[in-house]
Design a binder for this molecule. Structure first.
Ligand code: SF4
Length: 366
């Protein structure tokens, strides 16, 4: 075990990526990066990390910020509860722990958004505490290294992997070891076509010797995502667009979006139902004024969303009251980037048909 761990740490020292949060031993960059990296690839997280560290160079600036700012900076990363928890955790660290991360595992776990993985990552990497971390990369490396063929979705398999990770951990170099095994999973022991010939562990790897690398880890299939269908009204008046803020709880809590109606089934472009919905929700418009866009798609963890945006020009800043939103506002198009618009509706703003419509003459069609 010790030889494997030492080989891994040596490989890491020679091959690790120069990531921005690795440039200091301070806990704050590790804490910030661990929040950003939950459910997110390293390459996608880097620009967000740079943006956050520039704006909030210490935990104190982060704790003083407001939720709308954090959500706006987080826009596009998804899983927005992470952003809210980041702010709540920062405030608790400042209020209850004098701006220092609690170094006791039990206390660290009381912070919002800090589960066993994030607590172990921060405490081992920044404080060298002998705690193993088990993420998707570690599961893959360990299950292959020891040829664990059981379903990795089962908690018994996870526990067996956690135990192996703890046995491999070098107590005096816990942070380095944890970073090393995660890095090996990301760069060498990849999900498909792992680079076994370049792997520092291939002489010890049981999956490699038994020719089972492609079959391990075994994952049972997940239940299919639920399908959801939306009609989205993108309403323009001069250089303004109408948006609403979602409730503070539930999916995409607190995010902004174009007025949206949930449907039971997808609608064809010229379905009479579009006219019916339009006249009940926005009686000032006629179907003739609608410019339907193609159906767009967005995948969430449990949901496969299909939505058809309808482009409309309004002669005035109409009001739109809906129980669905905390508030609605008319926002200038060139200021929308500063608002926390969720990713599905950002896609509308980036779509060629929307851009063409925006640039076209501002003839009032309603
Ligand atoms: Fe992964 Fe191949 Fe290394 Fe085994 S030898 S740990 S399968 S990269």
């Amino acid at each position: 075990m010790k030889e494997i761990s030492m080989a891994l740490v040596q490989w890491f020292k020679n091959h690790k990526r120069d990531l921005p949060w690795r440039q200091t031993n301070d806990w704050y960059p590790v804490f910030l990066s661990e929040f950003l990296l939950q459910q997110t690839q390293v390459t996608q997280a880097i620009p967000y990390y740079q943006k956050f560290i520039r704006r909030f160079p210490t935990i104190f600036e982060l704790a003083r910020s407001i939720e709308d700012d954090i959500l706006q900076m987080w826009a596009g990363l998804g899983y927005y509860s992470r952003a809210r928890n980041l702010l709540k955790a920062a405030r608790q660290i400042v209020t209850h722990f004098n701006g220092r991360f609690p170094t006791d595992l039990k206390t660290a776990l009381t912070l919002p958004g800090i589960g066993p993985y994030t607590a172990a990552a921060v405490l081992s990497i920044a404080f060298n505490q002998p705690l193993s971390v088990v993420d998707g990369n570690v599961i893959r490396v360990i299950s292959r290294l020891f040829a664990i063929e059981d379903d990795v979705r089962l908690s018994a398999t996870r526990k067996a992997i956690q135990l192996k990770a703890q046995q491999l951990l070098l107590p005096t170099q816990a942070g380095l070891f944890n970073e090393a095994i995660m890095e090996l999973g990301a760069l060498v022991c990849k999900p498909a076509a792992p680079l076994c010939a370049q792997c520092p562990l291939h002489t010890s790897c049981q999956a490699f010797h038994r020719n089972k690398v492609d079959a391990i880890p075994f994952k049972s299939s997940t239940p299919a995502r639920k399908k959801r269908f939306h009609l989205v009204f993108v309403i323009r008046h001069e250089s303004y667009l109408l948006v609403g803020q979602r409730p503070g709880k539930g999916m995409l809590a607190g995010m902004w979006e174009f007025p949206t109606i949930e449907l039971d089934a997808p609608l064809q472009k010229n379905s009479p139902q579009v006219a019916a919905i339009l006249s009940s929700k926005f009686p000032q418009f006629t179907v003739k004024a609608c410019k339907p866009m193609p159906v767009l798609k967005q995948i969430y963890t449990h949901i496969h969303l299909q939505y058809r945006p309808i482009l409309l020009q309004s002669a005035a800043k109409i009001s739109f009251n809906s129980e669905k939103y905390i508030q609605t506002r008319w926002i200038r198009r060139n200021e929308l980037e500063e608002w926390a618009i969720h990713k599905a509706h950002q896609k509308i703003l980036q779509h060629a048909q929307f851009k063409q419509w925006w640039m076209a003459s501002s003839v009032i069609e309603s």
